[in-house]
Design a protein around this ligand. Structure first.
Ligand code: SAM
Length: 216
């Protein structure tokens, strides 16, 4: 986490709050940094949520897909998956590490989504993309999440949680957990189907949200 935190802290309030991701992935390619979330694991809270689901004939969009673990998992459930990330180096590495993948990976910015994606996906999955964003881009990112959800479609948000509605955000302590108000901002006009809050099991237990919203 060390290098990622340093880059995030330098970026916080400096006017380019998403540029540090590309820098981190590039440094990792050069062998001089570690991407702390590059653990090779599909998110267990996504796996639990998706149990028994069949994505045949459905389109899924994975926001901030990083190295593609969750996108690959959804493709395995037969969804037609698009995964995007603001960092081109993450996308290049993901394509390289998944030869023959059916997932369409591309570099794109949640803050400036392609117009063609509006209302186009049966499932939009956001996992840990907003929590490392600091400052005004954070609200813009949250507000952009529901746009790609098709009528009848679902937005799934999995994130670190806080019950403090006005948390102090130390720039040196990325990631910054989401408040309930921020979660509601993500859902926007969608109907809230379920909001769960729980502690992760694991060596470093964390308070999490898993929230599901639907466009009726
Ligand atoms: C903490 S990582 C999580 C990656 C992945 N979702 C996971 O759970 O393993 C956050 C990811 O979001 C990407 N990201 C940050 N801001 C973004 C934006 N505005 N648009 C698209 N991707 C973004 C970063 O490049 C990074 O890959």
């Amino acid at each position: 986490m060390f290098r990622a935190r340093t880059l995030a802290a330098e970026a916080a309030g400096a006017g380019d709050e998403t540029g540090w991701f590309e820098r981190l992935y590039s440094e990792a390619e050069a062998g001089s940094a570690v991407v702390p979330w590059a653990d090779g694991e599909v998110n267990p809270h996504l796996v639990e949520w998706a149990a028994g689901k069949d994505g045949m004939g459905k389109r899924a969009l994975v926001v901030g897909c990083g190295l593609g673990y969750d996108a690959q998992y959804l493709a395995g459930l037969s969804y037609a998956v698009t995964g995007f990330d603001v960092a081109p180096t993450a996308i290049e590495r993901t394509i390289r590490e998944n030869p023959g993948t059916t997932v369409e990976y591309l570099a794109a910015d949640l803050l400036d989504l392609p117009a063609a994606w509006a209302g186009a996906f049966d499932l939009v999955v956001e996992i840990y993309t907003v929590q490392p964003l600091y400052g005004p881009v954070r609200e813009r990112a949250l507000a952009a999440l529901h746009g790609p959800v098709a009528p009848g479609g679902t937005l799934l948000v999995i994130a670190r949680a806080t019950n403090d509605e006005n948390p102090e955000r130390d720039p040196a302590q990325m990631p910054w957990p989401l408040t309930r108000r921020e979660l509601d901002l993500a859902g926007g006009p969608l109907r809230t189907v379920r909001v769960e809050q729980f502690m992760d099991s694991g060596t470093q237990p964390r308070l999490r949200w898993r929230a599901e919203f639907r466009r009726d």
